[in-house]
Design a protein around this ligand. Structure first.
Ligand SMILES: NC(=O)c1ccc[n+]([C@@H]2O[C@H](COP(=O)([O-])OP(=O)(O)OC[C@H]3O[C@@H](n4cnc5c(N)ncnc54)[C@H](OP(=O)(O)O)[C@@H]3O)[C@@H](O)[C@H]2O)c1
Length: 327
């Protein structure tokens, strides 16, 4: 499939590498606000076309799929443009600012006969599948703690008075939607939709959350999600069952998995070696769904995306963290 891209930061380069590794995509067109940047990026990956006019790229007949890695607040306008022009869209997490945008974009995908995916890397990788398969071995689940806490270099800029996109509500930023989505995706993919959601954010200048604790209530247990862009963590992630505990190193990507049986104290490692470029798994899965028109696989991913965005939107609004798109 011929791939187009929006955004020229490192994450786009990483996805292009993964897309090429999957053997299913070839970079064909690059959009940047600067033609010079688009040309340099296209040349780096051997793509023939560079654009600084996004409408022109959307109308080009020789692009099948577009990967969008623009600032969060622009995802909706960018995705809508390509969907309306009959292109499949792979949009970076967090897919949209709120459910209003989500509903409109997925309706547009359906009306135009194309697919729309949220690019979330961790649930497509082999170690996540292993984790999901082994949960039954720890008996009744009684709790879980998942986290993604990473001090961001952009926080230094923020502290110096700058306004990086991810640290401003103007661009639908904040720790929960930026990093909290990974552990939240894990929780929803493992346990489904929670009964109740409560978020305890650490608010920074401008009302954006620099970090926080999200509590997801399920029948008989809670999942505690820690996220931060202003401090690091050195904890393992854990799922606690009546018969044992599963521990893993991090939520994205999961590279080590161990299960400890409560009664015997026996510990078993059950991870596999994953590809260093772990975005390859999502690229393969999106290509598989498109090529085989796997509607049920598509609907399952869509349902996950809907639940995760509903959770983060609820959590934000409980705390008055509003985005311009909410108004
Ligand atoms: N999956 C992952 O592991 C992962 C990792 C990092 C980021 N992401 C996601 O990828 C997306 C991009 O993140 P990022 O950190 O790369 O964002 P960013 O640096 O703020 O912006 C990404 C790109 O958008 C364009 N851009 C920047 N500011 C803009 C503005 N004010 N108006 C219009 N375009 C602008 C720039 O491209 P041009 O200058 O070429 O136009 C830039 O390269 C986010 O949704 C983020 O959550 C995902």
């Amino acid at each position: 499939m011929r791939l187009g891209t929006v955004g020229t930061n490192w994450i786009t380069a990483s996805f292009i590498e993964a897309a090429h590794l999957s053997g299913k995509f070839t970079l064909h067109s690059v959009y940047s606000r600067s033609l010079e940047k688009a040309r340099a990026f296209a040349d780096r990956f051997g793509a023939p076309n560079a654009y600084d006019n996004i409408e022109e790229m959307a109308k080009a007949p020789d692009i099948d799929v577009v990967y969008i890695a623009s600032p969060n607040a622009l995802h909706y306008a960018h995705a809508k443009l390509f969907l309306e022009n009959g292109k499949h869209v792979i949009c970076e997490k967090p897919i949209f600012s709120n459910m209003k945008e989500w509903e409109a974009a997925f309706a547009s995908a359906e009306a135009n006969g194309v697919y729309l995916f949220e690019a979330i890397r961790n649930i497509h990788a082999p170690n996540f599948k292993r984790l999901k398969d082994r949960i039954k071995d720890i008996g009744t689940v009684r709790g879980a703690v998942f986290h993604l806490m990473q001090y961001s270099s952009r926080y230094d800029a923020f502290k110096n008075g700058e306004e990086p996109n991810v640290f401003t509500r103007k661009f639908s930023g904040g720790a929960l939607v930026d990093l909290g989505v990974y552990p939240t995706y894990l929780a929803v993919a493992l346990f489904g939709e929670p009964k109740k959601v409560s978020y305890h954010p650490i608010l920074l200048r401008g009302g954006v959350d620099g970090g926080g604790t999200l509590v997801l209530d399920y029948d008989g247990f809670v999942v505690t999600v820690l996220c931060s862009k202003i401090a690091d963590a050195g904890l393992a992630c854990e799922i606690h069952g009546e018969d044992g505990t599963i521990a893993f190193d991090k939520v994205a990507p999961i590279s080590t998995l161990t299960l400890k049986e409560r009664k015997t104290g026996k510990t078993e490692a059950f991870h596999v070696e994953q590809h260093e470029q772990d975005m390859v798994y999502e690229a393969e899965e999106f290509a598989r769904i498109i090529e085989s028109a796997d509607q049920s696989g598509y609907e399952a991913l869509k349902a996950l995306s809907r639940t995760v965005l509903t959770i983060t939107e609820t959590a934000r609004k409980q705390n008055g963290i509003l985005f311009p798109a909410d108004e």
